[in-house]
Write a protein that binds this ligand. Structure first.
Ligand code: NAD
Ligand code: MG
Length: 390
């Protein structure tokens, strides 16, 4: 029986993970499930799966969680420290599916305890890639990618030597606004940005898909996880979202990974790795699909992709700046404070302002320095937004 823990269990990736676990309950012992404000869901899943522990990230919800778990054997805990303690409980496999920079510390703690970390939280690699990879190596822990593109690359690389890789191509659907004229984007609303044409995901990543910030994070994630040079990573628009990534080798061969737009494939691959097991995902009927489209992204439309290149070339803690500024700008877009196109403007302003501070950006990457830079970047983003709205 494998001991499993799921961080962000109430979210989109978390729920898909629990769906797979619940299909074979006798194979798993659920150690801990964590969530945010959705206490009803968290408690119901913890009871149903017989978890040892349920943790909400919010201290003020501890009483609610306790009440919801009354009469069960599930322990309740709340707050950031409780999340770290949950990560320290022995588990064989831990899903990292908190959204945002908050996912880094629990994932790091799980690695320190040698767990296999299924990593959906791409922000961990963007903010602290070298630290995460070194921690895994030091503790004999393994990180398995869960982002669909990175799972696809990982699968295409099975049995291959990374030195034989010429380039990695990740696909992007283009998100909600791929067919919109550029001048309409400035007036895009929250509701419009929150609908993805192909994938059913959490709200934040759905908006990041429309702005291409999600792909920008994924380009950096590719560099950090696979250790290849920035100019070996390409992005191509592929509206059908059926080819998830391609790996090009030095002999000219391209290995593509195709599958339905269902995250249970990548999650299930990481859950069962190195085996392949039956997964409840649709099988592609290529004759019915008939045509796949690909085209190059327009740089004027997607400044986030250019910013990702700047971040990779700058290195150090630039990824932490980029991610934090993006998270703050996204918060502001969600509450209607700034427009859709303003997000990239704000992020670029913060990156430009902070990148020249080499004492800050080139400091050793640790949880403390990442948290420090993250905080400064959020303050900077707030200042930039204030200046824009006055
Ligand atoms: P979501 O918003 O649906 O769920 C996020 C989860 O994290 C919830 O359980 C929420 O309670 C928890 N959470 C939010 N803020 C928190 C905080 N500050 N502290 C602790 N817990 C917190 O998000 P999602 O779409 O499932 O995405 C999760 C992660 O997976 C993200 O990093 C995302 O980029 C990545 N990812 C998601 C998909 C997808 O299909 N949804 C695909 C690839 C990668
Ligand atoms: Mg992805």
């Amino acid at each position: 029986m494998r001991r499993v823990t799921v961080f962000g269990a109430t979210g989109s990736i978390g729920q898909n993970t629990l769906d797979l676990i619940a299909r074979a309950p006798s194979d798993y012992h659920v150690v801990a499930l964590t969530g945010g404000r959705n206490i009803t869901q968290l408690a119901a899943d913890a009871r149903r799966l017989g978890a040892e522990l349920a943790v909400t990230a919010h201290d003020d919800l501890l009483d609610d969680l306790r009440a919801a778990l009354q009469g069960s054997d599930v322990q309740a805990a709340a707050g950031t420290t409780a999340l770290i303690e949950a990560a320290a409980r022995p588990a064989d496999w831990t899903m990292s599916a908190i959204v945002g920079a908050a996912g880094l510390a629990p994932g790091m703690e799980a690695l320190r305890h040698g767990a296999t970390l299924a990593l959906a939280n791409k922000e961990s690699l963007v903010t602290a890639g070298p630290l995460l990879m070194a921690t895994a190596a030091r503790h004999g822990a393994r990180i398995l990618p869960v982002d669909s593109e990175h799972s696809a690359i990982f699968q295409a690389l099975a049995g291959e030597d990374i030195a034989a890789v010429e380039r990695i191509i990740i696909t992007a659907s283009g998100g909600a606004f791929r067919d919109w004229p550029l001048d309409r984007l400035a007036r895009a609303t929250l509701a419009e940005a929150s609908c993805h044409p192909n994938w059913d995901m959490g709200q934040r990543i759905t908006i990041d898909s429309a702005s291409m910030f999600n792909k920008a994070l994924e380009v950096i994630e590719t560099k950090e996880y696979f250790g290849i040079a920035p100019d070996q990573i390409e992005v191509i628009l592929h509206p059908e979202s059926l080819v998830h990534a391609l790996v090009g080798f030095r002999d000219g061969a391209l290995m593509a990974h195709l599958g339905a737009s269902d995250m249970r494939h990548a999650i299930g691959y990481a859950l069962h790795w190195p085996e392949r097991r039956d997964l409840p995902v649709a099988r592609l009927d290529l004759a019915a699909i008939a045509t796949l489209h690909f085209h190059a992204p327009d740089p004027a439309r997607y400044p986030a992709l250019r910013l990702a290149r700047d971040v990779m070339h700058r290195g150090g803690l630039a990824g932490a700046v980029f991610n934090a500024a993006k998270e703050r700008a996204l918060d502001a877009f969600i509450v209607g404070r700034i427009g859709f196109l303003d997000m990239a403007v704000v992020v670029e302003e913060v990156l430009t302002a902070m990148s020249s501070d080499s004492g800050l950006i080139d400091a050793e990457i640790s949880l403390d320095t990442v948290a420090h830079v993250d905080h400064l970047a959020r303050v900077r983003a707030d200042e930039a937004m204030l200046a824009r709205t006055l």
